[in-house]
Each structure stands twice: as structure tokens, then as C-alpha cells.
Design a binder for this molecule. Structure first.
Ligand code: SAH
Ligand code: SF4
Length: 353
């Protein structure tokens, strides 16, 4: 790995085409290299058996084929969830999680090292912001796991931008990564197979709406009143609930798509009957789905997970009020791979410099 070189996954198809053209290559080379990267999943220039040797050498000398240095892999006890810790060239760490379901292979990817949003219950938020990932580094997480799955003739079926970081705080790179991976001549995972989760950055939601993106949108709501939401999600001071819900209505109207809300259920904080009723009231008339996530434990937050009875009751009230909702199956919490649990692992800190 030569990290001094630009990462090849940072190039979109047009940029790759322009680069090859500048090298005097015939037009069809771009598609050959693109297919090598995104269909064959080759990660070394010498693998590109579909192009001449001199071009392979040129690619090797000019571009890096990996910025993600794998440090550690952990499997949940049931073996169905796998978390990988990568080090970036700048020394920061990120984590990526693969969840295997009966039919789906869902990848939870990071868009930033750390996060600037400071949500109190989130391990990534507790770290603070470290750095943005480039689009290619976001893409490479998907390619890494796709290569693993390919060994079993399997593939990634869904991608959620719900790992470390706030995707809308790194908007261009996050959306460029989705575009690159949904390119029909390459990786070809449709934009609808991706879901972006945001803490509620309204200008970015409006931009996303205006761009008429096909990618799914999820909003981390967690409270129906501003005082409580601000105490957990500091960003709520700037983007209060009434404006947020308004932006969600605009999105649903313009896109014709359903929107998802996430609700981390915290014992005696946001799990009462009244709050379930308030939530149903707030979301009335909005084509939406609520994901209830019983709080995952993190070091820096004293709050506890709601009891099983409360979780069921909360869900039942939403259902009774006509709100579609599901309780998210808790995946990988035994390896700190659950929602909001991703943070620079101790493994990395323990490694010699
Ligand atoms: N920054 C984005 C996406 C990453 S967080 C966002 O906030 O939406 C992914 C989801 O995990 C969010 O809904 C977030 O609120 C939730 N989350 C964070 N910490 C959690 C925790 N400790 N337990 C359960 N869910 C948590
Ligand atoms: Fe950032 Fe999302 Fe964690 Fe909030 S919940 S700190 S926005 S990663």
C-alpha cells in the first residue's frame, strides 16, 4: 500500500476516463479498468489481466488501491455480525460492520472518523470529530467486504451509512460514494439499496430532497420535545423539531418515498406511554416508518436500556395509533458493533506505533 498516492476509488467514471485519455489510452480502457475495480473487485494493479502490462504498471505507479489498513476483525458470538477496524493513512481509525441476515447482507459503513455532533449516548459522538473520509475511503469499505463475501459467492445487498460519523456533515463524499457504487457498469448496487441516516441537519436534508436522490433517508429523532432532544442531541438547538419535521414532509412529498425515524429507547427518558402517543401525533399524516432501537450501552453515558415490557408497549402504542414501526434486532452488541457503539477500538491504541 502506497498511501502517498491518490486512492483510485476517489475517481468517478468520468475522471477515470479523463485520466486514461490523458495517458493516450483508447476509450474502451476506462470501462475495462472500471470493471476490474467494481466487478472483479481487484485490489492490485497486477491483477488487471484485461489491460496491457504497461498500463498496469502506470496504474500501480500513480494510484493507491487501498487506504484502509485492516487492524482487527471481531465476530459476534452467533458469527452473524462481523466488525472490522481499519486505520486510515492519517492515523485515525474507523469501523465497518457486516450483518448477515437470512436474505440480506447489510453493511454499516462509516463516513467520518469520530463525529462532531456530540450526541450524548453515542460512542462515536463521545470521541469527538477526528476527520472526514474521502469518497474512495467510504467506497473501499464496501469493496473490502464484497471481496470477503465473494469468496462464498455472496455479495453485499444493502448498505447503511450509519457507522461512525454524520453522513450529512460529509455530504459530498457520502453521496459520491453512493453514486460510485451504484454505477450500472461497475458495482451496480442500486441507490435504493443504500440508506443514509442523519441526526437532522436540515439544510442537507433540503439539498438531498432537491437533488431527488433515490437513496433511503432515516432521521434520528429520539424525542418529541425540544428540551429533551437538545439535551441528548445538541444539534437540536440549531435545528429544532418543528423545522425538522417540516423538512421531512417536504422530502416525502417531493420524493414520494417513505421516510424512516430512529428512536433509541432509553429507560425512563423517552420510553413512556405519553411519549409514544406524542410521537404518533407528531408523525401523523407523514408516510414514515419508525425503527425502535433499545439503547446500546456506551462507556460515556449512564442511561439504561428500556425494559422488554416498555419496548413492547411503546411499539404497540405506535401500532395502535397507525404508525408503522419495528423493534430493531440487536445485532453485534457483544462486540460493540451495535448502533452508536462504534469508536476507536482499544486494539488500535494497544498496537505499537
Ligand atoms: N450520524 C448518523 C448516523 C450514525 S448513528 C445519525 O446520527 O443518524 C446511527 C444511529 O444510531 C442513529 O440513529 C443514532 O441516533 C443511533 N445511536 C447512537 N448511539 C446509540 C446507542 N448508544 N444506542 C442505540 N442507538 C444509538
Ligand atoms: Fe454523530 Fe450520529 Fe453519533 Fe450523533 S448519533 S454523535 S450524529 S454518529
Amino acid at each position: 500500500m502506497n498511501v502517498a498516492l491518490p486512492l483510485i476509488y476517489n475517481l468517478d467514471f468520468e475522471q477515470l476516463t479523463a485520466q486514461l485519455k490523458a495517458w493516450g489510452q483508447p476509450a474502451y480502457r476506462a470501462i475495462q479498468v472500471w470493471e476490474g475495480l467494481y466487478k472483479q473487485l481487484w485490489d492490485r494493479a497486477e491483477d488487471f489481466s484485461n489491460i496491457p502490462k504497461d498500463l498496469r504498471e502506470k496504474l500501480a505507479a500513480s494510484h493507491s488501491f487501498s487506504n484502509l489498513d485492516k487492524q482487527d476483525t471481531q465476530f459476534s458470538t452467533d458469527g452473524q455480525t462481523q466488525k472490522v477496524l481499519f486505520m486510515l493513512p492519517n492515523g485515525n481509525a474507523i469501523e465497518t460492520v457486516l450483518m448477515r441476515y437470512a436474505e440480506r447482507r447489510t453493511l454499516c459503513i462509516s463516513t467520518q472518523a469520530g463525529c462532531a455532533m456530540g450526541c450524548v449516548f453515542c460512542a462515536t459522538g463521545q470521541m469527538g470529530f477526528k476527520s472526514n473520509l474521502s469518497s474512495g475511503e467510504i467506497v473501499e469499505q464496501v469493496l473490502f467486504f464484497s471481496r470477503l463475501l465473494k469468496q462464498d459467492e455472496d455479495r453485499v445487498t444493502n448498505v447503511v451509512l450509519m457507522g461512525m460519523g454524520e453522513p450529512f456533515h460529509n455530504y459530498d463524499a457520502s453521496l459520491a460514494a453512493v453514486e460510485r457504487l451504484s454505477h450500472p457498469k461497475g458495482f451496480n448496487l442500486g441507490a435504493r439499496r443504500f440508506t443514509i441516516s442523519t441526526v437532522g441537519l436540515i439544510p442537507a436534508i433540503k439539498r438531498f430532497t432537491a437533488e431527488r436522490r433515490q437513496t433511503g433517508l432515516a432521521i434520528s429523532l429520539h424525542a418529541t420535545n425540544d428540551e429533551l432532544r437538545s439535551s441528548m442531541l445538541p444539534v437540536n438547538d440549531r435545528y429544532p423539531i418543528v423545522d425538522l419535521i417540516q423538512a421531512c414532509h417536504e422530502y416525502v412529498e417531493k420524493s414520494g418515498r417513505r421516510i424512516t425515524f430512529e428512536w433509541a429507547l432509553i429507560k425512563d427518558v423517552n420510553d413512556s406511554r405519553e411519549q409514544a402517543v406524542d410521537l404518533a401525533e407528531l408523525l401523523k399524516g407523514l408516510n414514515c416508518h419508525v425503527n425502535i432501537i433499545p439503547l446500546n450501552p456506551t462507556k460515556g453515558f449512564a442511561g439504561a436500556r428500556s425494559t422488554r415490557e416498555r419496548v413492547t408497549e411503546f411499539r404497540d402504542i405506535l401500532h395502535a395509533e397507525g404508525i408503522s414501526c419495528t423493534v430493531r434486532v440487536r445485532r453485534g452488541i457483544d462486540i460493540q458493533a451495535g448502533c452508536g457503539q462504534l469508536a476507536e477500538s482499544h486494539t488500535l491504541a494497544a498496537k505499537p506505533a
